[in-house]
Design a protein around this ligand. Structure first.
Ligand code: ADP
Length: 786
């Protein structure tokens, strides 16, 4: 809808002679369509009419029949309705009556016969004055609004003031919406006028995408006039029906003003028309609303930014209090604009002592040369500009007590909303602490007894522990930075690559046997476990645990396993507390640093590795401790049947649920064996667990058969199952500690090795064979009789 150029002028003609009234009406109405003319014959009626409707101009004859003449009418109108201008005409050429008329407040005195050019000119002059007055009035209101909007940052206050302001400008109803660009939603903010309660309006959440019409109405680049007819023509009656109800729109036109900050629309201000049906919305209205919308947009934006900054500052401050590092910002000249309170711990300076001073004055070189500070500050700036964010640059700072301390600096440039550089942000970490920490990680990795290698995602080696150096007979500095594939025998490259890809893609652990080539051209076959290392949830590298089977079988062959077993038990006991402490310490460091993003990727890896592996060590220790309750070992005469049935107690219901059928064939007259009940129970428990695992998920009948017989000085017990059986190649290996074919989470590889050591302790025996009855495994146990 187009805005009118100008208001109509409402004119009332007062003359007691009808033919004069009518001919005047004709003449005036003919000269412009903007003139709305009414007539009356009496002064009293004229006054009534003026009271009811606001006329712009009253044209009155000086002589009127009745109590009121033209002078009286003029006086009363000017008193009661000063905005209405009166023009008086008369046939009397007396200076006296002219003076009286003007004294009564008339705007103009015309003598008859009326010169219509002069009359129209008079009316137009009145229009001009009216318009100037009107605009003056508007701008006084706008000035007040503007003043109020500048005096507050409170969103609610501002919003209310804006709609009240619009209402005060004469519009019937004003509604203010904010636009949330993240959710593309208009949010009702404030309303003034109309019948809708403010609380109800504040519930408005209008998803713009779901309402194309709203999008069309609200997203304009300037104030636009709408009315129901335009909308119906444009969108059809049906499509606007629900929308109209929602919005409680009447027939009258309204103006939608977009609120812009720069080029972004942040909201919308809608005002309904003045409420006088025959007065159109004019260009002046659009301009005035444009000005108000501009004021509103600036005020709301300021308040939003302030609010955002306040929140950001509050959370930033609490983070900055917590991080153990020093956080410092500078402007582009290198002057410190902010220093975190936490920095005092490592730098010694209070924030006040740092802000306002050049960062360069704190930097030095290793020797403490203060002149070097400038150069360091320059270098930092140059690197930030050329390479972007810096991580872990080594710098030296003269701390409060005068000593020169190495720090690790990470930093980036700071930008404002419009991505102009405004300064720098730097985080300083005490390298002495970091180095001590990384020594601890290394010690931890050293302590694992495995060879440990860390690989980056691209397969290059980033860390090698001493055990791995020994296995590969290569110093870590010759390995780090090289692709691990250089070590893999050519025929196994594909196998390795496949495993690596799998770990990186799935995040699962993978075990492979790999033949690796050493520098002296000898080769070593190692069992390699590939475990993903992660940043957050994303796999970013792989840890390789290298495990030398030949070493172990040597230990076994030399018969030292027993001693080792005892030792392991003792060690397990001793390790548990420090391990727990370590885990708690690692977690608390991580919990403290994590939220501030103070971790480098590498550190994050180490942490997740520490946690995962320490968890696993804990699990193994728990198992070891369970089995290896202190060394005393007392043997008593036992009924093997009792031992087996006690071991089965846990399993009976479990097996029932899993459709595992137990068959026991133990003659009553079996001689007693000599043994420790608890440990022997453990052996059977291990066998049952393995049997259950071996039959998991199979459709064939699941059966465990326990059969006993007597032999010279021995009792033989056979435990067989109908599971997947044990391939010949691994029949020996299954008794080795840590040998497992199960998922890492399920198998520890300890069950059978512990069972074997228990039987060794009893001078008994355990062997695995295939089940002669077809599929499945059979374990044959021998125990000495009393
Ligand atoms: P774990 O059960 O933790 O793997 P064990 O030492 O108890 O450790 O067993 C070692 C391996 O021996 C198992 O991973 C499995 O491959 C094999 N094994 C043991 N018992 C059975 C069985 N009843 N049937 C088939 N394989 C078995």
């Amino acid at each position: 809808m187009k805005a009118a150029n100008w208001f109509p002028t409402r004119i009332l003609i007062v003359d007691d002679k009808e033919h004069i009234r009518e001919s005047m009406r004709d003449r005036i109405a003919r000269s412009s369509e903007r003139y709305l003319v009414e007539t009356t014959g009496s002064g009293a009626d004229a006054l009534e009419k003026v009271r009811r409707t606001s006329f712009d101009v009253v044209l009155s004859d000086l002589f009127l029949k009745g109590e009121m003449d033209g002078i009286e009418v003029t006086r009363r109108i000017c008193e009661e309705r000063p905005e209405t201008r009166v023009i008086v005409f008369s046939g009397q050429e007396s200076g006296e009556s002219q003076r009286k008329v003007l004294q009564a407040g008339a705007f103009l005195y015309l003598s008859k016969p009326i010169d219509y050019d002069e009359l129209i000119h008079g009316i137009e002059t009145i229009n001009k004055i009216r318009r100037t007055e009107q605009l003056g009035h508007y701008f006084r209101i706008l000035a007040e609004i503007s003043y109020d909007l500048q005096s507050s940052l409170d969103l609610k206050y501002l919003a209310d003031r804006i709609v009240q302001g619009a209402y005060g400008l004469g519009y019937q109803r004003a509604r203010l919406y904010l636009f949330d660009s993240d959710s593309q939603t208009l949010i009702g903010l404030a309303i003034c006028g109309g019948s809708m309660p403010a609380e109800e309006f504040a519930q408005y959440r209008i998803p713009v995408a779901a309402r194309p019409i709203i999008g069309e109405l609200f997203y304009q680049d300037r104030p636009v006039i709408w009315d129901k007819k335009i909308i119906v023509d444009r969108f059809g009656q049906d499509s606007i029906k629900p929308w109209m109800d929602d919005f409680d729109l009447h027939e009258i036109p309204w103006i939608d003003c977009p609120l812009f900050v720069e080029k972004n629309q942040i909201g919308n201000l809608a005002v309904d028309h003045h409420g006088q049906p025959d007065l159109p919305i004019t260009d002046d209205d659009l301009q005035i609303m444009g000005v108000l919308a501009g004021l509103a947009a600036q005020a709301l934006n300021k308040s939003r930014l302030f609010e955002r900054e306040r929140l950001a500052n509050a959370s930033l401050r609490s983070i900055l209090e917590d991080v153990p590092d020093a956080v410092i910002t500078t402007d582009l000249q290198g002057t410190i604009t902010f220093a975190s309170p936490s920095g005092q711990r490592i730098l010694g300076y209070r924030p006040k002592e740092m802000t306002g001073r050049p960062a360069a004055s704190f930097y030095t070189d290793e020797k403490g040369d203060t002149q070097a500070g400038e150069a360091v500050a320059h270098l930092i700036m140059r690197r930030l500009r050329a390479e972007g964010p810096i991580s872990n640059m080594r710098v030296h700072v003269r701390v409060k007590d005068g000593s020169i301390v190495p720090f690790s600096l990470s930093g980036s440039l700071l930008h404002d909303d419009r991505s102009n550089e405004v300064g720098t942000l730097g985080i300083l970490r005490d390298l002495r602490v970091l180095e001590a920490q990384s020594r601890q990680y290394r010690d931890l990795l050293e302590g694992f007894g495995y060879g440990m290698l860390l690989l980056n995602k691209d397969g290059t080696i980033s860390f090698v522990n001493r055990k791995a150096e020994r296995l590969l007979q290569t110093a870590s500095e010759h390995l780090e930075g090289k692709p691990f594939t250089e070590l893999v025998m050519p025929m196994q490259l594909a196998t390795f690559q496949e495993s690596l890809d799998k770990v990186l893609a799935t995040g699962d652990e993978v075990n492979v046997n790999l033949s690796l080539q050493r520098p002296d051209q000898t080769r070593i076959t190692l069992e390699v476990r590939l475990t993903p290392t992660r940043i957050g949830t994303e796999v970013d590298g792989v840890a390789l645990a290298l495990y030398d089977r030949s070493e172990l079988s040597a230990v076994i062959q030399s018969g030292r396993l027993m001693a080792l077993g005892q030792m392991v038990a003792g060690v397990a006991h001793e390790i548990n507390n420090p391990l727990n402490n370590m885990l708690v310490a690692a977690r608390s460091i991580r919990d403290r640093l994590e939220p501030s993003n103070a971790f480098s990727e590498r550190e994050r890896d180490y942490f997740s590795m520490i946690e995962r592996n320490a968890g696993r060590i804990g699990e193994i220790i728990r198992l070891l401790r369970e089995f290896a309750r202190p060394a005393e070992f007392t043997r008593n005469p036992l009924q093997i049947r009792r031992v087996i049935e006690d071991s089965l107690t846990f399993f009976r219901t479990r097996f029932l649920h899993r459709d595992i059928y137990i068959e026991i064939d133990l003659p009553n007259d079996l001689p007693s064996v000599l043994g420790e009940e608890r440990r022997l129970q453990q052996v059977f428990v291990n066998l049952f667990v393995n049997a259950e695992d071996a039959m998991e998920g199979q459709s064939e009948p699941k059966k465990i058969r326990i059969e006993g017989r007597s032999a010279p000085e021995r009792v033989i017990v056979e435990v067989s199952d109908t599971g997947k059986g044990i391939p010949d190649e691994i029949r020996e290996a299954i008794f080795d500690p840590f040998f497992t074919t199960k998922d890492t989470n399920k198998g520890t590889g300890l069950g059978l090795s512990i069972s074997k050591s228990i039987l060794d302790l009893h001078r008994g025996s355990i062997e695995a064979t295939s089940n002669p009855a077809g599929r499945g495994a059979r374990f044959v146990i021998g125990l000495p009789t009393v």
